[in-house]
Design a protein around this ligand. Structure first.
Ligand SMILES: [Zn+2]
Length: 224
């Protein structure tokens, strides 16, 4: 068994008002993620997965969605102030709410308008990632584990490589790890398509050989 780990860091603020204490306040961390993938063997090139091919979708997604962002839970009492219902967090009209009867026109709360003006990035757990309600370090690990399966599929067509674990550090002393408890994933659509393509190729080869023989018999010579 081989494992390979890629790391990335980003800066973001979060708030956990449901836990009380000082974590309720908006505060920032330099977050660090380590994504470990595993496979029982190396490819013919002597690698698991090309580091760059895996790193590119990971860093692009994190840099575009979480870096310098405000990570909040959908239940945070700041959300109504941001007037975010139905507005995608990545939209330039952050926090804008379409005005009734005036398509394309948006109204802002003062706070949402201020955020929109400075291009504040926002990622709302429970909405942008419905599986987890709050931006805890465990929740961020689950979010990135969820995304990592897609990044791995993008980086490699190997069926036997899988995401083994995802660790997220919010400080040097606090981290959480998501572990893959099902390390033998069922074949996905890509694997089934490959299997079907291989079988089809074998059938075509067999039919070709048969037709060659028929043709050769017809013209009275041996097939090449
Ligand atoms: Zn924190």
């Amino acid at each position: 068994m081989f494992t390979q780990t890629i790391n990335h860091t980003w800066h973001a603020a979060h708030s956990l008002p449901h836990l009380g204490g000082k974590c309720s306040s908006l505060h920032g961390h330099t977050w660090r993620v380590s994504i470990t993938i595993a496979a029982p063997s190396l490819s013919a090139d002597g690698i698991l997965v090309d580091f760059a091919a895996l790193k590119k979708p990971m860093t692009t997604w994190i840099d575009n969605n979480l870096d310098h962002a405000l990570m909040l839970g959908a239940g945070d009492n700041l959300i109504p102030l941001l007037d975010l219902d139905g507005a995608p967090s990545t939209a330039p009209l952050l926090g804008g709410k379409e005005v009734d009867g005036a398509p394309g026109a948006y109204a802002f709360t003062p706070l949402a308008a201020a955020f929109a003006e400075r291009g504040q990035r926002l990622f709302v757990f429970g909405r942008d990632f419905p599986d987890v309600a709050w931006p805890t370090v465990e929740g961020v690990a689950q979010l990135l584990a969820h995304k990592a399966h897609g990044w791995l599929t993008e980086a490699s067509s190997r069926a036997d490589v899988y995401v083994a674990s995802v660790t997220v550090h919010e400080t040097d002393r606090s981290s959480a790890t998501w572990h893959n408890t099902d390390p033998h994933p069922a074949p996905g659509y890509a694997d089934m398509a490959l299997l079907l393509a291989n079988q089809t190729e074998r059938v075509i080869t067999a039919v070709d050989a048969h037709l060659d023989q028929e043709y050769a018999a017809l013209i009275g010579s041996t097939p090449k």
